[in-house]
Structures are given as C-alpha cells and as structure tokens.
Write a protein that binds this ligand. Structure first.
Ligand SMILES: *Cc1c(COP(=O)(O)O)cnc(C)c1O
Length: 381
C-alpha cells in the first residue's frame, strides 16, 4: 500500500531528491566536492537572503542546537529562554546542561510568543547575554514572529539572539541577517525536504566574532574549526560529510527556491484548517496569526482523537500524536512538502472517513477547504 507520510519530520522527499542520492560517491577532499558545497551554499544564501556562510554538520537538528549552546552559552552566561512547547524546552535544557543559568519565559502550549512579552523580559533581565527562541514550535504548530520579536528589542540592548529554526527554514520566511538573528539552527528533514541527517548553523557577523573570542567545549561542534575550512578557496568539511545527503539537499533546494513557495505552504495550511474545522475538529492554535504553514495540530472535542489517528494509519496516512502533556490529545499533520489541492482533498477525505458513522453536519468541509485554498482569507503574518 502507498504510504502517505504526513509526520512533522521526516517529511516525504520527491523522486528527484531520492534518485539524486544514488549518484556515485565522490571524495570529500577536492574540487568535485567543493563544487557541490558551493552550489548548496549559494542556494542556502538565497533561501536565507544572506551572504553569510552556513556550517553543515552530519547530525540531526538537536546537534545544531547543541552547537549553538556550546558556542554561546555555558558557565558564567545567563540566558533568557522563551518556550511555548517541547522544543523550546529542549533548547533550554541543552543550554542548561552546558552550565548556563536560565531565566525562563513560559508561554502556554498552543499560544504564540508576543513580541512585547520578550521585549519586557529582556528589559527586566539586562544581565542575560543570550536569548533563546523557537521560530516554529513543532509540538503545537505555533509559528512565532521572530522578526517582530527581535525588532521589539532596542538594538543596543539586544542579547545574542539564538533561534531554533529546525522546523521553519525552507517552509516559511526566515531571513536571519535582515531580522537580527545571531545564531540560527536548522536540519534537513523538515522544511528543507531532504532525508534526515544534516544539521545547519548560520551565524551573524556578531555571532562569528563572539565565537572567536570563546573556547568551545566541543571538538566536533566547534564552529571556529568549521569556519577555517569553509574559508578556504575550495571550501570543504573538516570531517567526512555524508556526500549522498549533500546531493539530495542540492536537488531539494531547487524545489524550494521557486516563486511563491512560502505562499503555497501557507495556503495549504489554511485550506486544511478550514476543512478540519468544518469537519468538527478543533485547531490547537486558536489565533490564526500564529498558525504554522508547515504543521497543523488539531483535537477532536466531540470524540476520541486516538481512534481518528488509528483510522488514518489504517488508511496508510502517517501523522504524529501529541508530545509530553499533549500525548493522546492532539494529532499533528505536516504539510512541508509540495502539498497542493489533490493532497489536501486526500487528507480531508481521509479525516472524514476516519470519523466513522454518525458524522453529521460536515457536508461542506470540502467547499470550505477549497474556498480557503483558492483565496487564503487568513492574510499575512
Ligand atoms: C524536530 C525539531 C527539533 C529536533 O530535531 P532532530 O532533527 O530530531 O534532532 C528541534 N527543534 C524543533 C523546532 C524541531 O521541530
């Protein structure tokens, strides 16, 4: 049976991306690899709208978070950690493990981070040299307005801003240089539409300067060591890179760097949301302005959500459940990949069927979804 992978990581990769991995291996010291590396770097620069270099590690997203924490946090550093879910908590935990003193700002699951709340916390804790943020909180489907959050902090008072962009980069705008991010972490298997296994760290000039003035307690994740080989005329990786994944990434970036990609992701999210609501599901993120274009979390107030996810699985559609205190309470469905109307109608049709007998009052769900797909009425974030 054909499986439809709608989990928020890994996400389905296209046949082109899959096939690209079957190309013959090349050595990672020499011109061929550097050519591949430079191609990827140029595409990442376009995606992030930055000329800065991006470090690529063979790791998952957590490795990129660990690299940022090891590079900027640690004993003697106080960090303001803003969390609205499991992944915000994880970034905090990693920083704490590295010896960082944490000042917490906790936002209820399903709610987004208001720029003023962060600006106020920064003003009240001027001794915090680092600010930890999550752009897309994958555990709840919240998209935080990182650009407005940073803009709300007066420039001369800004701590080093570290952002977990693991589930945002590729699927939604993330422009670290324009927005004032100092350290951005991401990974291959969500918005970048590549198989799992690559982690990315982008740093601002201020970020690079700060890491050059500290000793990183990690050898493998030391960004300075990475920088030295990136700065060569023919850039390479200091350690053996998973070359096949680089092929896949190079191909996947071509699929993302098309006009209107971010709009398509947002339209798919809006259409799914409209259809789900018409079916009687309840969107976990109430405020449409905070809804993620990559992943949607929903509950089923009038019935049993676990029977819905079981029915979906039996139909060949893989989704994810809730994490931590949301276990058994929500379903998370992702739409990072090239989900358009046919995939939306497939997902909504399956949800309709998953409701079982007695599913009254949801006759217009396809019309509601199609209306949203045709004219995204939720506007811009
Ligand atoms: C998936 C995810 C991570 C963890 O990434 P791994 O690749 O599983 O290590 C971290 N942060 C966010 C926001 C995520 O969605």
């Amino acid at each position: 049976m054909n499986k439809y992978l709608m989990t928020p990581g890994p996400v389905p990769v296209s046949p082109d991306v899959s096939r690209s991995q079957a190309r013959p291996l090349i050595g990672h010291r020499g011109g061929d690899f550097s050519g591949l590396f430079l191609s990827i770097e140029a595409k990442l620069a376009r995606l992030l709208r930055s000329g800065g270099r991006t470090v690529i590690f063979p790791a998952s997203g957590t490795g990129a978070l660990e690299s940022l924490a090891a590079s900027f946090a640690g004993p003697g550093v106080k960090a303001l950690s803003v969390s609205c879910g499991v992944f915000g908590d994880r970034f905090r935990e990693i920083a704490e493990l590295h010896g960082t003193e944490i000042v917490r700002v906790d936002i209820a699951p399903g709610e987004g981070v208001a720029p003023e709340a962060v600006a106020d916390a920064v003003a009240a804790n001027p001794e915090c040299g680092v600010l930890l943020l999550t752009q897309n909180e994958t555990s709840t489907g919240v998209l935080n307005p990182i650009d407005r959050i940073i803009a709300a902090i007066p420039k001369e008072k800004r701590p080093i801003v570290l952002v977990d962009g693991v589930s945002s980069v590729g699927a939604m705008p993330c422009f670290p240089e324009e927005w004032g991010i100092d350290g951005l972490a991401t990974a291959s298997q969500k918005g970048l539409l590549t198989p799992p296994g690559l982690a990315f760290v982008w740093l601002s000039e201020r970020g690079w300067k700060a890491v050059s003035e500290r000793t990183c307690p990690s050898y493998y994740f030391d960004l300075e060591r990475q920088r030295k080989v990136l700065d060569k005329d023919a850039p390479e990786n200091p350690y053996t890179p998973p070359v096949s994944l680089y092929y896949a990434l190079d191909a996947a970036l071509d699929e993302i760097l098309i006009d209107g990609w971010f709009d398509l992701r947002r339209r798919a999210a809006s259409a799914l949301a409209a259809g789900m609501e018409a079916l009687g599901f309840s969107l976990f993120v109430k405020d449409v302005n905070f809804r993620s274009p990559g992943v949607t979390a929903f509950s089923f107030p009038s019935g049993d959500i676990s029977s819905v996810s079981k029915a979906l699985k039996a139909m060949g559609i893989d989704t994810a459940g809730g994490q931590a205190q949301l276990k058994g309470k929500i379903i998370r469905m992702s739409h990072y990949h090239d989900v358009r109307w046919p995939e939306i109608s497939l997902a909504l049709g399956a949800l309709y069927a998953a409701l079982g007998p007695g599913r009254a009052g949801c006759g217009d769900f396809m019309k509601a979804a199609f209306g949203a797909w045709e004219g995204d009425q939720h506007g811009d974030v």
